[in-house]
Design a protein around this ligand. Sequence first.
Ligand code: FES
Length: 69
Amino acid sequence: MATEEEILARLKPGCICKGIKLRLIIQAIENGATSFEQIARITDIGSGSCGSKRCGRKVAELLKERGDV
Ligand code: FES
């Protein structure tokens, strides 16, 4: 059974500009990505119209929570 965090991650946007779900960003981190650049390469986030201002902040928070920053 999925945890509440997993369910929310499936629904929440990770990169609004590119339409990429938060779940894919979390998955990339769980698979070993430790920087925004690595996550962007894996998920294609960060190249939208905001220039990664929104998703960059989100990724920084996720990496910090997991102790990768
Ligand atoms: S939210 Fe990711 S590039 Fe804008």
